[in-house]
Design a binder for this molecule. Sequence first.
Ligand SMILES: *[C@@H]1O[C@H](CO)[C@@H](O)[C@H](O)[C@H]1NC(C)=O
Ligand SMILES: *[C@@H]1O[C@H](CO)[C@@H](O)[C@H](O)[C@H]1NC(C)=O
Ligand SMILES: *[C@@H]1O[C@H](CO)[C@@H](O)[C@H](O)[C@H]1NC(C)=O
Ligand SMILES: *[C@@H]1O[C@H](CO)[C@@H](O)[C@H](O)[C@H]1NC(C)=O
Length: 765
Amino acid sequence: MEIRKSLVLVLSFFYLCSSCFATEVTYDGRAIKINGERRILISGSIHYPRSTPDMWPDLIQKAKDGGLNTIETYVFWNAHEPLYRQYDFSGNLDLVKFIKAIQGAGLYAVLRIGPYVCAEWNFGGFPVWLHNMPGIKIRTSNDVYENEMKNFTTLIVDMMRKENLFAPQGGPIIIAQIENEYGNIMGDFGDGGKRYVKWCANLAQSFNLGIPWVMFKGWGDRDPHRTAEDVAFAVARFFQYSGTFQNYYMYHGGTNFGRTAGGPYISTSYDYDAPLDEYGNLNQPKWGHLKQLHEILLSMEKVLVHGDVTHHNYDNLLSASVYSYQGNRSCFFGNAEGDKEIDFDGKKYKVPGWSVTILPDCKTEAFNTAKVNVQTSKMVKKQGPSGLKWKWRAEHFQHVKPELEHTFEANQLLDQKFFNDTSDYVWYMTSLDVKEGDPYFGVDTVLRVKNCGHILHVFVNGKHIGTRFAQNGKFKFDFEENIILKEGENLITLLSGTVGLQNYGADLATKPNGISGPVELLANNEVALDLSRTKWTYKVGLMGEERKVYSDYRRKWHGNIPTHRMFVWYKTEFKAPSGKDPVVVDLQGLGKGHAWVNGHSIGRYWPTYLARKDGCGSCNYHGTYNPDKCVTNCGNPSQRWYHVPRSFLNKKKKNMLEFGGNPSQVNFQTVTIGNAYANAEEGKMLELHCQNGKNISEIKFASFGNPQGSYGSFSKGSCESSNALSVIQKACFGKERCTIDVSEASLGRTGCNSGVNTLAVETLC
Ligand SMILES: *[C@@H]1O[C@H](CO)[C@@H](O)[C@H](O)[C@H]1NC(C)=O
Ligand SMILES: *[C@@H]1O[C@H](CO)[C@@H](O)[C@H](O)[C@H]1NC(C)=O
Ligand SMILES: *[C@@H]1O[C@H](CO)[C@@H](O)[C@H](O)[C@H]1NC(C)=O
Ligand SMILES: *[C@@H]1O[C@H](CO)[C@@H](O)[C@H](O)[C@H]1NC(C)=O
């Protein structure tokens, strides 16, 4: 989840302070320095297009409350320049507003301009028109590419500079990034790659910003689930070994609205199991556990960034690290094995397996990554409007018709990227004159289409004869179906669809998309005709997209909806659920399509696409992280609930495009905390909370002593305080949040005579 800051620092400049608000940013071998002081930077990625402007202040505030001092974002070129020199910085693409929101919260910003971003984002953030420029080679030494990269990068830098957003101007941006994750593909480009990296560094230098520029090295794949304990372990270990700049990728993952998801088949949700969930709720216990870690690390900042460090290795994977500075000492005990005991300064400390203990004074354990002393929230979905009334319209089929506008002709099969990715869909149409004597006249004929798109719908003479999509995340498949050709002119119409363009790898731009061919007719198991080089007529997109039926309420829609029919637009109207909790729409029952609410795209959906069945079950996070360790949702739709940001809900109408399925089960829900549990050690302060104006309505369980069991199945132990339940009732019942001092002084004597008391509590929101 977190990117290790193995930074390759390319350049840095001194800025001569000319304004009293200016911030000087430099660095040395140990840390980034702000106004001459080495700092610990705890940063989290929040990508502005993956939420909405009215979510930004809340997300940023929750990041700050979670102990972050820095927010990092990429800049998404293809979102800002979808068509050549036509820019969009409106709505959730308002980068200046986002950086100002960070500034408003008093946090630093790291701006990763890229322009390559990876990020499971469509085509890695590159506009597809860029790929279509004559003579271009992306991400290597090439004039056409470098001119475009310079043009866009300059635009962003100038925009930030004009608004005084760089640190030397008094703004929050302390670090900028050029290129991204290049290290792992540079070799593929040979000398061109090396020249390109130098060119990037020179470009960065030419902006003369007075802040350090960095290039980030690569990281692994997406993370399905990583426990709070394991993330905390990785972060604490990084600081144990003198790290000073940590970034969470992601701190808030959010949503791939519109067609922004990378591919193929990256889901619309980009939740990432991040400390803030897709909708902006606190993901507890992760958020709270990391908050405690951040606060302790920042309290030790001076000693960590200036101190001399010594590491004592007890065992291969068991170590004590001592930082000393001006008579103060701070310690870490790291244990990458099973449960262990450490003898340190004549005192014995238990260190649980796969954990780091932090002792700010080298005597008292203030934090251990394996001991979670914060609330775990169980999120629930509450029913909103259901029993929706639906109307429908059929998608207008397009076949080769001379009067059709905006078509394109070529005597070859074109890659779908040729059309600049302005829609997921491209129609490929050709006609064929069948006469007596042709090998496929009057015999069983098979149409075979070799495909590198993700979905293919095939029509012969206007009749739908089949649909295929690439299975198991692959993107190549063959379509084969028996067809009947009539004498005379026959129309073959292929509708090719993509589900996100590749976002990663040196071959990103060269991997084919769409109908790669050949397209053949087979008679008697032999190729009778190759249609690949006949005249093809192309048309981009669906008629409904062109006419924006999803935001036009005046058109005629029909009642009596058909189900399990393809190429249908459905629409309904609904009342926005009350309250402030995030809203989702459950699309169970639908096929594959794209949904809009009041003209805002909430993304592609595909609930019939099921996740793998195996691998769920118990989860042991000990040991090196691997994404197969802790997985959930086996065998379920890869995504069933889709986020509808509250700012999309004004006109209280909804429209969606649907390709096969049944909308009768579709309903709206809100996402909130159902119940909350915690198991906190004596000596801690435990905060319990609901959210968005809901109060704790019941204390279902509370025992202070040696309670047994785990979350959801607590039971009393052999000893407990008789007051704990009533103290907690009084402190928490009817309140949105409450803090409990977990001590005998506050909760009463337990009479337990061994070890530390713990408080187990379960509440209902
Ligand atoms: C970017 O290109 C446009 C022409 O398409 C040009 O007007 C503009 O000056 C260029 N910007 C930079 C910074 O070179
Ligand atoms: C050393 O610790 C003392 C007591 O906690 C604190 O007041 C002081 O600021 C610390 N000095 C440094 C340099 O961290
Ligand atoms: C794709 O974009 C390029 C650059 O703007 C343009 O020249 C080309 O005509 C576009 N292609 C299509 C098929 O629209
Ligand atoms: C929650 O409690 C507060 C007082 O603590 C009260 O003002 C508010 O009305 C309560 N909310 C609900 C939904 O009961």
